[in-house]
Design a protein around this ligand. Sequence first.
Ligand SMILES: NC(=O)c1ccc[n+]([C@@H]2O[C@H](COP(=O)([O-])OP(=O)(O)OC[C@H]3O[C@@H](n4cnc5c(N)ncnc54)[C@H](O)[C@@H]3O)[C@@H](O)[C@H]2O)c1
Length: 313
Amino acid sequence: MRYLVTGGAGFIGSNIVDELLRRRHDVTVLDDFSSGKKENLAHAVKRIRLIRGDICDLEAAREACDGADYVLHLAARTSVPRSVKDPIETNRVNIDGTLNVLVAARDAKVRRVVYAASSAAYGETPTLPKVETMLSDPISPYGVTKLVGEMYARVFGHAYGLENVSIRYFNVFGPRQDPTSQYSGVLSRFMLAVIEGAAPVVYGDGEQSRDFTYVDNVVDISLRACEAPGASGKVFNGGTGIRISLNDVLKLLGEITGGSIHAKYDRPRAGDILHSQANIDLAVQLLGYHPRVDFEEGLRRTWNWYSEAFVKK
Ligand SMILES: NC(=O)c1ccc[n+]([C@@H]2O[C@H](COP(=O)([O-])OP(=O)(O)OC[C@H]3O[C@@H](n4cnc5c(N)ncnc54)[C@H](O)[C@@H]3O)[C@@H](O)[C@H]2O)c1
């Protein structure tokens, strides 16, 4: 089968590319390398069709969709704090760009688009765990854009018959997550701090909790979503069903790295939510998804990768 992965040079996208190549599929990547990295595809570049381009350019989206059976659409501005600072740019890429990808996928008659949606769509709704049928109530511009993306995907199903599935990823972590910017995922920042002998920074009291999901699990659910019968038009939570507080993460990381970790606590950040946890019943039922790698194992694997990638430099 022929797959297009938009954002395929990024953290999650490049892990999806690896699994598709392992399964011997044809892969095209469309990426503008705004946050993605050549290194993420270094081992794969000879085996894929790589298009350096912007999803906001309809012609680039059309070129990438040409001949594709499935489109995994991950390209996006992914930072919540950055979306608070610059909502117009996040809106442009995540909404206008997504619309281009959907138009191009429709016209290329692809079998299905799988959209990388986000748990940010739930915002601060108090009920835990989050169920897909709950009211969406995002509290950041990023959350709004990711919700609009899944609504557009569904509308393309209704209006044009384009099959679509949205997976709301919950705090994904693992190898290749970029720890070097202030906008990086919290686990990657914790790991870099430990490697550098610095105190990890926790925004808030550390009792906020997340459904941290190891990247192999979201690769698995996303590929299941491409082919699962009866899934089109639906939104699924892509998490583990378990949440863990940042303070407990630091304790476990201390055990894995062989020392206790003393964090520096700072003020909470605008747009950050307090707790997040997925109900994954629908994905279990319709996609046959079961998280294969638990949090502790994922943390170990991620630590092993970071200590190779960053210590030896
Ligand atoms: N990491 C998470 O925890 C998480 C949680 C929920 C949803 N998501 C979604 O998953 C997807 C992938 O996230 P990630 O964590 O791998 O981030 P990432 O920043 O590593 O990947 C995003 C990729 O998209 C590319 N990109 C950005 N703008 C582009 C544009 N205009 N045209 C072409 N390519 C562009 C970047 O260069 C990068 O390679 C995103 O859609 C994100 O919203 C991620």
